[in-house]
Design a protein around this ligand. Structure first.
Ligand SMILES: NC(=O)c1ccc[n+]([C@@H]2O[C@H](COP(=O)([O-])OP(=O)(O)OC[C@H]3O[C@@H](n4cnc5c(N)ncnc54)[C@H](O)[C@@H]3O)[C@@H](O)[C@H]2O)c1
Length: 296
């Protein structure tokens, strides 16, 4: 069990959408919350609303694409709230542009904000959590990361989100002795600022904010026209319930299990059937029985 009441938490990207919903629910359940966002005004609005409701919250400016900014945010969070044991690495941005048309800077930005942002946030808070003897890291991935063959025109984003799932699952192995657990939250469709122009979050290093709405949910695939967008405050209790129970994943759309089967589980099983059939026809590939390095 991961206790939430009485703990200190940080939520990156907490100024809007899913992060705002998580911050509010954490405070409602009795955690003190640092809301870190590249839009400090929005972070302050969220923190002020939590304080007005009787909770404990601070707003911190942070660009997860900037290692120094993440380290400064970690120090400020600990100074304000004490040791932080609940980390919600949630900041992210998307692009619905085909890969060939994307600029190099946008490809790097989408990978950096989504994957390296989670990596930096995790690394900044890990030493303190290890020293304190426990905690929980919940990273917001996406169904686009669990099912990279599902949402079209989304290649760098899907790659980054799949990377988050790899990071969280692998890290769980090395953090188990420290009583630190990891969760990949895979939103299916949540009403947030994400359907607007995500380029407005783009840091200067990648070309700066993009004023026009150049990034839109543009898919015409009927699979996605069925999507029901849930409210962030409605899914936050589901995420915290999974964190409390140290679950490796949390999903918010039960009906999407069929997409997992159709675009991932069944596809992978079919490829295992292929190697079974190959071995049945040709025998096993030649082995290197000692496992020694080959020098030919
Ligand atoms: N909304 C969905 O349906 C959906 C689906 C799958 C995954 N997600 C993921 O959920 C997370 C939250 O997105 P959302 O839907 O709430 O969108 P949102 O646009 O409402 O919120 C994103 C927040 O992240 C902040 N942010 C962006 N770049 C940042 C940076 N470099 N440093 C710090 N903060 C930064 C923004 O200022 C904003 O407050 C993202 O990681 C996103 O990829 C959302």
């Amino acid at each position: 069990m991961t206790e939430i009441t009485g703990r200190a938490a940080v939520v990156t990207g907490g100024g809007s959408g899913i992060g705002k919903g998580l911050a509010g629910e954490l405070a409602r359940q009795g955690a003190a919350v640092a809301i870190a966002d590249i839009q400090p005004d929005k972070a302050e609005d969220v923190a002020a609303a939590i304080r007005a409701a009787g909770g404990h919250a601070v707003a911190l400016a942070c660009d997860v694409c900037d290692p120094a900014s993440v380290r400064a945010m970690q120090a400020a969070a600990v100074a304000a709230l004490g040791p932080v044991s609940l980390v919600f690495a949630n900041a992210g941005a998307t692009s619905f542009t085909d890969l060939a048309s994307m600029s190099d800077a946008d490809v790097e930005w989408v990978i950096d904000v989504n994957l390296m942002g989670v990596m930096r946030t995790t690394r900044a808070f890990l030493p303190g959590m290890i020293a304190a003897g426990g905690g929980h890291i919940c990273a917001t991935a996406s169904m686009a990361g669990l099912l990279p063959g599902w949402i079209p025109v989304h290649a760098p984003y899907s790659a980054a989100k799949a990377g988050i799932i790899g990071l969280m699952m692998n890290l769980a192995l090395e953090l188990k002795p420290h009583n630190i657990f990891t969760t990949s939250y895979c939103p299916g469709a949540v009403a947030s600022g994400m359907k607007d122009n995500n380029g407005r979050y783009r840091p200067a290093r990648f070309g700066g904010p993009e004023p026009v709405a150049g990034v839109q949910f543009a898919s015409t695939d009927t699979t996605h026209s069925e999507l029901r967008f849930y409210r962030p405050e409605a899914i936050a209790p589901i995420v915290l319930d999974a964190v409390r129970r140290n679950r490796p994943f949390v999903f918010d759309h039960a009906e999407q299990r069929r997409f997992f089967r159709e675009t991932y589980a069944d596809v992978v099983e079919a490829c295992y059937d292929d190697i079974d059939a190959w071995e049945a026809a040709h025998g096993r590939p030649a082995a290197n029985p000692t496992g020694a390095a080959l020098r030919d």
